[in-house]
Unconditional design. Structure first.
Length: 253
């Protein structure tokens, strides 16, 4: 079975999608056949890889609500060899209401991935920023969660809230999801306030923090706008190096 990791957090603007796209790319470039699942109705990961599904194309939405039953028909290639994408679209916004009365609605994604037989060694799920049915599906489907953290007090509070959510989901639904690691993101050592808060985060969650510190890099939004991962857009950038280190870290989490 493929290793499954949810990129999740309870705060927007923490760079969750940036990490999902570029970590998946870094691992795929090492020869790990990887599926990136865009579970966010904003479809940011989909757009960051240059994919724009049309109204007739199958996406994660059609799979979740049962209009499509073949995952392989919805998966699309990306600019990176060995990285495939299960795209999202704005119509996914309606999925939570449409699935509200469905039995086992929290296990839709898990069942879909359990039936998958495409030879992937890794599945990375990019979650929405809020905690709702979509994020719940990701936590039930993925035994591991990777959480982006920023050097801000709001981010620290969001991390604490997520830890409580994961514990509650495990207790209520009988799954065994663990926070495998926390990834400091948008790190700017020139900012004194950020450095002070990062020290607090390191003091409280030091054992959970990955080794990589993903630095603030103007090349990242440029790469997203170009529909390419940082490894293809700016392979010699600080961000490309930082994601290589994060890829190394994943082997020991």
């Amino acid at each position: 079975m493929a290793r499954r990791i949810a990129l999740t957090g309870l705060k927007g603007g923490c760079g969750r999608t940036t990490i999902a796209v570029n970590l998946a790319s870094a691992l795929a470039l090492r020869g790990q056949k990887t599926l990136l699942v865009d579970l966010d109705p904003q479809a940011a990961a989909t757009l960051c890889l240059g994919v724009e599904p049309g109204p007739e194309d199958s996406t994660i939405y059609e799979l979740l609500i049962g209009q499509e039953d073949n995952l392989a028909r919805a998966v699309v290639p990306t600019p990176v060899k060995d990285l495939h994408l299960l795209p999202s679209a704005r119509r996914l916004y309606g999925a939570e209401l449409e699935l509200a009365d469905e039995p086992n609605r929290a296990l839709k994604l898990s069942g879909m991935l359990d039936r998958m037989d495409e030879g992937y060694s890794l599945v990375i799920v990019d979650c929405p920023a809020n905690f709702g049915l979509l994020t719940l599906n990701a936590l039930c489907a993925c035994p591991e969660a990777l959480v982006p953290v920023l050097g801000s007090s709001l981010s620290m509070a969001a991390v604490e809230g997520l830890m409580e959510v994961v514990e509650a989901v495990n207790a209520e639904l009988g799954v065994e999801t663990r926070v495998a690691g926390m990834a400091p993101n948008m790190v700017d050592k020139r900012t004194g306030t950020q450095a002070a808060i990062m020290k607090k985060i390191e003091g409280k969650y030091g054992k959970s923090l990955v080794r990589s510190r993903i630095r603030l890099d103007a090349k990242l939004p440029e790469a997203s706008a170009a529909g390419k991962p940082i490894q293809l857009f700016a392979p010699k950038s600080n961000a490309a190096y930082d994601f290589e280190v994060l890829a190394d870290d994943m082997s020991v989490l």
